[in-house]
Design a protein. Structure first.
Length: 216
């Protein structure tokens, strides 16, 4: 899907923000994330990433995820929602009535046992940055979820937060906006931006870094 949308972008941005990071950059990022209380697992490809993520989630766990192209591409979305191995919240929430059960939908989505997703930038200084139109995944990322597992292609590694915010505005947003229009007939927007600089609960956040271009 990225290749279908990239012609609309300046090719210098695609080279800068859409190419897997080199090993030195990845090592700096891993060390900084770990120093900031974030666990890191490396995966050589999406197949290995899927195996790592599923091995981290005990059968029967209550699991939620937002709309994520990365999770879709890796095959995690279907496994969580359709395998029957987990208490998958997303299908349940979509089956509830938003008019009569809106408060329960909000509460269930805000504090799952396990939250899966991705981010739009990971810095070599150990920060995570993600943008959202609605923001429903951001609360669980911050503190609502008992555990957060983020699958991230190494093309999302940038030098610092300034570069990460530029990646969101100039690269990830145009691609997501095009995807949203094609898939849903609506425009996207960078309405809410979350930056995680450190996690104080040991083992709460795990980043699975994948040596492939995944998502935006």
């Amino acid at each position: 899907m990225i290749s279908e949308l990239e012609p609309n972008l300046d090719q210098s941005l695609s080279r800068r923000f859409g190419t897997v990071a080199d090993e030195a950059s990845i090592k700096r990022t891993v060390a900084a994330l770990q120093a900031n209380g974030i666990t890191v697992r490396r995966a050589p490809d999406s197949v290995a990433a899927k195996r790592i993520v599923l091995d981290l989630i005990p059968d029967g766990s209550q699991v939620h995820h937002g709309a994520s192209q990365t999770l879709d591409l890796v095959g995690i979305t279907d496994e969580i929602d359709s395998s029957g191995r987990y208490d998958a919240l997303r299908p349940r929430l979509w089956g509830m009535d938003r008019k009569t059960e809106g408060d329960e939908i909000r509460r269930l989505g805000a504090a799952p046992d396990v939250m899966l997703g991705s981010v739009h930038a990971v810095t070599e200084t150990g920060s995570l940055a993600t943008a959202s139109m609605g923001g429903s995944q951001l609360g669980p990322y911050v503190s609502g979820a008992g555990r957060v597992i983020l699958v991230v292609g190494t093309q999302k590694i940038v030098r610092d937060l300034e570069a990460g915010l530029r990646r969101i505005d100039e690269y990830a947003f145009p691609l997501e906006d095009a995807r949203a229009q094609a898939a849903y007939g609506i425009r996207s927007a960078v309405n809410k931006v979350l930056v995680i600089n450190r996690e104080i609960v040991p083992g709460r956040i795990t980043v699975v870094l994948v040596d492939e271009v995944l998502g935006f």
